[in-house]
Design a protein around this ligand. Structure first.
Ligand SMILES: Cc1cc2nc3c(=O)[nH]c(=O)nc-3n(C[C@H](O)[C@H](O)[C@H](O)COP(=O)(O)OP(=O)(O)OC[C@H]3O[C@@H](n4cnc5c(N)ncnc54)[C@H](O)[C@@H]3O)c2cc1C
Ligand code: SF4
Length: 544
């Protein structure tokens, strides 16, 4: 059991009640497609990017009395734009239709969002606080003061209240999770139902392709409307391109608009929140005297893969919350297992078979299960632009490769313990296991190139470090060498977390906003009933 206070309150109503959804009084959206000429506005703060980092900082600054403009390169999508078909939705909601991949010793598919709400629009809704040992390591290794679990607690609570973080009830978890839980229980492995940011979830199973009920509380339906209510405006289809600087201060942000025009935002304060891939690219294009060589380096991605298995019983991965259960038995080794179910067309894309074999497996879709593996990486990559070409370089090192091998072997063991008929590991050349066999994995000398990998959690490319010369931003997330530019997104997170990062990013963004407002930490946020804290007793992935 890895939840504070042993057994959390399993109030299904908290999870399924959608009646408390945040409603904007007015939708303050200006479309870049309608800005065809030159336009200039004046605000106190310009926030670039509206994802997990940008939206909270915009809302808090606006509520603190600042006039705020939010620039977003992508468009705004609502449930009217969703059709539940993964292929269509990837083309519409994902940056480059979800086809971004790293280059290196193994290609890693790296999906990113590009819309109001950023990657939170397409994420799975899994919520974990930053593990306290990781925060302690940040203090020791990067000199980051004021970021202990106790000091961040008021900000975590605030984020969890606004995002309505609640635990998935077993009846919504789906058979995929229950089958895996059965295997974990048989082996005595620690795990629990995941905490998620939802209001009114019906378990429709397509969180990453546009939640059809607006149950998933992506920041486009929480923080962004709250920012509008406080007077902020979102400019969609506006890609920030240039920071205009005079006398050492940034005076304006210039953006190109989807309508072919130009928006100029004169401001006193700039918060860059373009994500761990977008932020280093944006800042590298500016004429800034950065105080370190770390921009674009130190990329951690929390690489992931999945093991599939076939059962005699009916599972139907299309029903229930796709990511509803986690296993943290091996979290101290950097291994987290988390649900990775999906509808048939998603499964069809991910099964490593073709022709008759693929058809055969898909005909037995209702008997298939899939569960994810995430490895807290010690490998580090980089992001750079070469002419018009963006290169995300990442090589999986031997330590992480060995961790994947251990993780895959254990997840196969779990599937055997759960009663699987066949198991499909994600290793080229070992397509299928039968009769409880894991020796083919154990005896295999795994080459990273044989793995099928994805990654959903890029971090660290403008990392925070209190030591001058070591980080792109200081402990208050100010870009070193600038007077009024700050960063609020995954790029400042200085190490792999071992857990999904959205709550960490939102919390650091909230803390930044309070700092910019000169306000003390919020002290009236409610105590959560229970918060999932995986059994991480030491940080696994320390950067060099
Ligand atoms: C499929 C998927 C599933 C995931 N599941 C989970 C999960 O269950 N739990 C979890 O904790 N995390 C999950 N994540 C990760 C999480 O969503 C991200 O870590 C988080 O959203 C990153 O926040 P961010 O602010 O750094 O960037 P983003 O949320 O990606 O926001 C960046 C925004 O900046 C915009 N932008 C970029 N450049 C510019 C520019 N020049 N001008 C204007 N706008 C710009 C982008 O269009 C984008 O909207 C998932 C991610 C994906 C892709
Ligand atoms: S399971 Fe369905 S209703 Fe629940 S958050 Fe995901 S997409 Fe929305």
């Amino acid at each position: 059991m890895s939840v504070d206070g042993q057994r959390p309150t399993r109030d299904v109503g908290l999870y399924t009640d959608g009646s408390n959804a945040i409603r904007p009084e007015v939708e303050r959206v200006e479309r870049g497609s309608e800005i065809t000429g030159e336009r200039t506005i004046r605000v106190d703060a310009c926030v670039i990017g509206t994802g997990a980092g940008g939206a909270p900082v915009a809302k808090e600054l606006a509520e603190g009395g600042m006039s705020v403009a939010m620039l977003e390169e992508g468009e705004r999508f609502t449930t009217d734009d969703f059709n539940a078909r993964p292929r269509d939705m990837m083309a519409r909601l994902y940056r480059d239709a979800g086809q971004i991949a790293t280059v290196g010793n193994v290609p890693v598919v790296l999906p990113l969002g590009r819309s109001v709400a950023g990657s939170t629009l397409i994420n799975s809704g899994t919520c974990f606080r930053t593990p306290p040992p990781v925060l302690e390591m940040w203090g020791e290794r990067f000199g980051l003061d004021g970021m202990s679990a106790a000091e961040l607690d008021p900000y975590f609570r605030r984020v969890e209240r606004i995002q309505n973080v609640v635990q998935v009830p077993a009846e919504y978890a789906g058979r995929n999770a229950l089958v895996v839980k059965r295997g974990a229980d048989a082996l005595g492995w620690s795990g629990d139902f995941i905490y998620r940011n939802v209001r009114g979830c019906v378990g429709s199973g397509i969180c990453t392709f546009g939640c059809p009920t607006s149950a998933k509380q992506h920041v486009g339906i929480t923080y962004v409307p709250l920012a509008w209510n406080a007077g902020a405006t979102t400019f969609t289809g506006c890609r920030a391109r240039r920071l205009v600087t005079t006398g050492g201060r940034v005076r304006s942000v210039e953006a190109s608009t989807a309508g072919g025009g130009r928006l100029r935002v004169d401001c006193d304060l700039v918060v860059v929140a373009c994500g761990a891939i977008g932020t280093p690219l944006f800042l590298r294009a500016q004429d800034l005297r950065l105080d370190s060589n770390e921009l674009g380096r130190n990329l951690s991605i929390h690489p992931a893969t999945g093991v599939r298995a076939e059962f005699d019983e009916d599972i139907n991965m299309a029903e229930g919350v796709p990511q509803s259960y986690f296993i943290d038995e091996f979290a101290d080794e950097g291994i987290m297992f988390e649900g990775a179910a999906g509808p048939p067309d998603y499964a069809a894309m991910s099964f490593p078979f073709s022709g008759e074999r693929h058809r055969d497996v898909m005909l037995r879709y209702r008997n298939q299960s899939q569960f994810g593996i995430m490895v807290s990486d010690t490998s580090r990559g980089s992001v750079a632009r070469h002419a018009s070409f963006v290169q995300i370089r990442y090589d999986l090192n031997s330590e992480d490769t060995a961790t994947f091998k251990r993780a895959i072997e254990r997840l196969c063991e779990l599937y055997w313990a759960a009663g699987a008929r066949a198991v499909y590991p994600p290793i080229e050349g070992i397509a299928e296991l039968r009769d409880g066999d894991v020796s083919r994995i154990r005896d295999h000398d795994l080459d990273p190139r044989e793995l099928t990998l994805l990654a959903f959690h890029p971090l660290g490319t403008a990392r925070a470090d209190a030591r001058p010369g070591h980080g792109v931003v200081d402990g208050h997330l100010k870009v070193r060498g600038t007077e009024n530019v700050y960063i609020a997104d995954g790029s400042v997170v200085p190490s792999s977390l071992g857990v999904n990062p959205q709550i960490t990013i939102m919390t650091l963004a909230t803390r930044l906003a309070f700092h910019l407002l000169g306000a003390p930490a919020p002290d009236h946020e409610p105590e959560p009933e229970a918060i999932a804290r995986p059994r991480i007793t030491r940080p696994h992935a320390l950067t060099a």
